[in-house]
Design a protein around this ligand. Structure first.
Ligand SMILES: [Zn+2]
Ligand SMILES: [Zn+2]
Length: 576
């Protein structure tokens, strides 16, 4: 082995090379499979093959073993430039490669890369040799249409991952396992939180009692913050005339994502894809004075957006969802202050739910023929971030044409990054709807509008929360905070008394009245991730105490009922 003499490739180079090694192994073991494309992706790579028979888990094991041999053989990666005709002749029996080669523009070089006896059409970006691959693993097989188009043949996509060292690979696999345990779709069923119902259609969420109570708590938390910051709640219809969306421009730019139209009395209606037009109608309903600004309308607004069934995913990619939406109407001078209070609110939300690693990404307004960049708005956002001492990255021109925006990202308990909030400045909708306010100078002026949703949508936020906490919600959020488990039926009466005394102040207490064995009952409630299991036997019943089994705490303790109530109240108060 001479791998040590090669320079260390980057992870994308390493993974791209691993894709070639996979295709080499497939060519040897399954000569009927036609290789198509095989790029590096985040955390790994894939390669798509056209083959009539499906690849089995055993096939993957054989392929992986063969890949290790190819890595050990340390084949150099040899590239050469060829003419179009040479390339077409070389891949004559592979229509996919022929298609790719034919599409390379005239004058651009066509390159072939070989390792051992396998040659691929590729534009490069590899390790020098297969020996550079520290650790490789094939992870799964899935169907994928050629070029992602469902009119094309279905191919088989083999996914894998590659790392510089075995230790890195092991850590990654452990992370995947942890993520799979936290999958919100799995936990959603196990903990009876929510479901999707085939009869109702895809991407529509049914919140079960235990999920709906968590949502209610999250909403209450958000509403409290909004009230303190002077937001006014509004409620707008789900169904509105299409004309409104013509004015807003959604019909022109967004029709593919909208449900409808529905025709009633020769009027066309659409399900609302966004809450903004409704809030604008309320703003525009009467003359506004500068004295009223900023006006902040908030709504847990349910919207419907069409997504193809293939991309729907649990709670995180759906067709109907409720945003913690708000629209702020202000003067240009108020922009910075409005951004600052929004940042405060975002921080409050992220901290309460124990997220870490907050990251702020500013996308400046995309300039096109309709607009010019607005340096004042961007400067206001920058000043707001800087006044809060927040670091941020800038994507120049990466925003929408209607204004700059700020995305807020967090890391969850196992280090994954999620985008939560977005704050978007909008100069275009006030223009389209002719919004104005009477200034102190007595003249009419155009307000600036800010769209902001900080949790994003209640559905997606709940999905993230489930994975972040692994279903083990802290006591203030847990659908069931404590379960009283009597040791035998003789303590049932006492268990009911305990539950009643603890159930004040909206505490969520259940009683286990089943006839199962004690060990089974405790295991069951632990699996349900309940924060406290309170066991009551003869002794507890005569002393007026409970035996507390706290989630994640090894030792049990016996305390008076009132003491436990105070403890639980304190945990809820401190959002623990
Ligand atoms: Zn390549
Ligand atoms: Zn909006």
């Amino acid at each position: 082995m001479s791998a040590v003499t090669h320079p260390t490739p980057s992870l994308p180079e390493l993974r791209h090379t691993a894709a070639h090694v996979l295709a080499y192994a497939v060519q040897e073991l399954f000569p009927d499979a036609k290789p198509t494309i095989g790029p590096a992706i985040e955390n790994g790579f894939y390669y798509d093959f056209d083959r009539a028979q499906p690849f089995t888990p055993e096939d993957l094991e054989r392929l992986e073993a063969r890949m290790r041999e190819i890595v050990a053989a340390d084949h150099p990666m040899l590239g050469r430039q060829v003419s179009r005709d040479e390339a077409l002749a070389f891949f004559a029996d592979n229509p996919y490669k022929v298609e790719i080669a034919s599409e390379i523009p005239q004058g651009e070089p066509i390159t072939l890369y070989s390792i051992g006896a396998f040659t691929d059409l590729c534009r490069g970006g590899h390790a020098d040799s297969t020996g550079a691959l520290g650790a490789v693993k094939l992870t799964s097989v899935a169907g994928a249409y050629w070029r992602g188009d469902e009119r094309n043949p279905m191919l088989q996509r083999i996914y894998g991952t590659a790392w510089h060292t075995q230790a890195e690979l092991d850590a990654y696999l452990a992370h995947l396992e942890e993520a799979a345990k936290r999958d919100h779709r799995k936990l959603g069923a196990e903990l009876d939180l929510f479901s999707l119902e085939e009869e109702a259609g895809g991407g529509l969420i049914f919140w079960h009692p235990k999920g709906a109570i968590v949502r209610e708590i999250v909403e209450r938390f958000i509403r409290e913050g909004l009230r303190e910051r002077g937001y006014q709640p509004v409620v707008t219809p789900h169904l509105m005339s299409e004309k409104l969306y013509a004015t807003s421009g959604h019909l022109e730019n967004y029709a593919d994502s909208m449900f409808g139209p529905l025709e009633v009395e020769e009027q066309r209606f659409r399900l609302k894809p966004m809450n903004c037009p409704g809030h604008i109608l309320i703003y525009a309903g009467r003359p506004r004075s500068y004295r009223e600004l900023p006006i902040r309308f908030s709504e847990f607004g349910t919207v419907y957006r069409f997504e193809r069934s293939g991309v729907l995913h649990g709670l995180t990619r759906v067709r109907g969802f409720t945003q913690d939406d708000a629209h702020l109407f202000c003067t240009p001078e108020q922009l910075q202050g409005e951004f600052e209070q929004t940042l405060d609110e975002a921080l409050r939300l992220m901290q309460a739910f124990a997220f870490t690693g907050f990251e702020y990404a500013l996308s400046t307004r995309k300039a096109d023929e309709r607009t010019q960049t607005d340096p004042t708005a961007e400067a206001a956002i920058r000043r707001a971030l800087e006044s809060h001492g927040l670091a941020y990255v800038v994507d120049e021109g990466g925003g929408a044409f209607y204004g700059p925006k700020l995305d807020i990202n967090v890391r969850d308990a196992i280090g994954r990054r999620w985008q939560l909030g977005t704050v978007q400045v909008d100069f275009v909708l006030p223009e389209r709807f002719g919004l104005k306010y009477r200034g102190s100078d007595g003249a009419d002026h155009r307000p600036v509008m800010i769209h902001r949703a900080l949790a994003g949508s209640m559905e997606r936020f709940f999905g993230i929360l489930i994975e972040h906490f692994g279903g083990a919600f802290p006591a203030w959020l847990a659908p069931v905070q404590a379960v009283v488990v009597p040791i035998s039926e003789h303590q049932l009466e006492y268990a009911r008394e305990v539950a009643q005394r603890l159930g004040r102040n909206a505490m969520r207490i259940e009683i286990d009245e089943t006839n199962e064995k004690l060990g089974y009952k405790i295991r069951h409630w632990k699996q349900q991730r309940v924060p406290y299991v309170l066991v009551v036997g003869k002794q507890e019943a005569s002393d007026g105490t409970v035996n507390v089994n706290q989630r994640g705490v090894e030792t049990k303790r016996t305390v008076p009922i009132e003491q436990f109530f105070d403890e639980l109240s304190a945990a809820v108060e401190q959002r623990l």
